[in-house]
Write a protein that binds this ligand. Structure first.
Ligand code: NAI
Length: 286
């Protein structure tokens, strides 16, 4: 079993750019794939901005920034993942997109013991494994936003993931990335989102019903419960399209109304109000 030195990341959005940074800062050689060259360029800018921020805070030096960027290749060519030891898929939360990617990855990735992982929040890992044709080496590895800062990683073996794959991933996440893993079963939402998403959706329903203003709902939870951020600000940070997609997957799986996205969330996503990443959600952003 080879050690994991070559990391591939699919998607360079909020999470993919963060996972790219985490990998490169752990001295891995990273290839990050986006949908086209413009998106690849935007992903590169996202990573550089985050590294510069870490430099300004005195966490890394200017030389570290340069050396970290040197270790990353941004591309729109999925074939560039052929020699990877591990690929973490962090494309948009759409089942069809991920199924198509795992079908292609199963043919593209050449190393016999390479692991294909998904950062999905709610899509069944077992389906991604089945379509890849190498289900024993497919699992979920769920990072938290912002990935360079948040310690937790949920590890999700599916019914078909081999114990060796799980063990190798655990060693990698703890030993190489310095993160703290917890294990969850392959059910939509895993541990954290199963608790968090109904809470966020309840806050959106509360706002929709006119209980209180967005700032008062958020202040209530920050000042009254000691949360670092209120639920509507956190929804904006996560991305309203992502929360909606997770809610839909969880509702499909459990048929519990508490997971069903409220109409206001649908309308905001339809309007392109996706939160911080689009410049506007419950709050405006620069
Ligand atoms: P995002 O919308 O910021 O980024 C998604 C990126 O994927 C976009 O840049 C898009 O161009 C790219 N993409 C779409 N299809 C692709 C394809 N076929 N090939 C390559 N790139 C493709 O979304 P975000 O927030 O980064 O979410 C990504 C994944 O991470 C989702 O599965 C989401 O559920 C999960 N996640 C999100 C968290 C969050 O807080 N936003 C936290 C943990 C997991």
């Amino acid at each position: 079993m080879t050690t994991i030195e070559r990391l591939g990341v699919i998607g360079g959005g909020l999470m993919g750019s963060g996972i790219t940074e985490v990998g490169a800062r752990a001295d891995l050689d990273v290839v990050t794939v986006e949908v086209d060259d413009d998106a690849a360029k935007a992903a590169a800018e996202r990573v550089e901005t985050s590294l510069r921020r870490a430099e300004q805070r005195g966490k890394i030096t200017e030389q570290d920034v340069a050396a970290t960027l040197e270790r990353i290749t941004f591309t729109s060519d999925l074939q560039a993942l052929a020699d990877r030891d591990l690929v973490v898929e962090a494309a948009s939360e759409e089942e069809q997109t991920k199924l198509e990617l795992f079908g292609r990855l199963g043919r593209i990735v050449q190393k016999d013991d390479a692991i294909l992982a998904s950062n999905t929040s709610s899509i069944p890992i077992v389906k991604l494994g089945a379509i890849s044709g190498r289900a024993d080496r497919v699992m979920g590895v769920h990072f938290f936003n912002p990935a360079p800062v948040m310690k937790l990683v949920e590890l999700i073996p599916s019914l078909t993931t081999s114990p060796q794959t799980m063990e190798r991933m655990q060693g990698f996440v703890e030993g190489t990335l310095g993160k703290e893993p917890i294990e969850a079963t392959d059910r939509a939402g895993f541990v954290v989102n199963s608790l968090l998403v109904p809470y966020l959706l309840s806050a959106i329903r509360m706002y929709e019903a006119g209980y209180a203003s967005a700032t008062d709902i958020d202040s209530g939870m920050v000042l009254g419960c000691g949360h670092p951020m209120g639920p509507l600000a956190l929804s904006d940070l996560i991305g309203l399209d992502t929360i909606r997609a997770i809610g839909i997957s969880m509702y499909e799986e459990f048929k519990e109304p508490l997971y069903s996205p409220p109409p206001l969330l649908d309308r905001m996503v339809d309007a392109g109000l996706l939160g911080k990443k689009s410049g506007h959600g419950f709050y405006p952003y620069d």
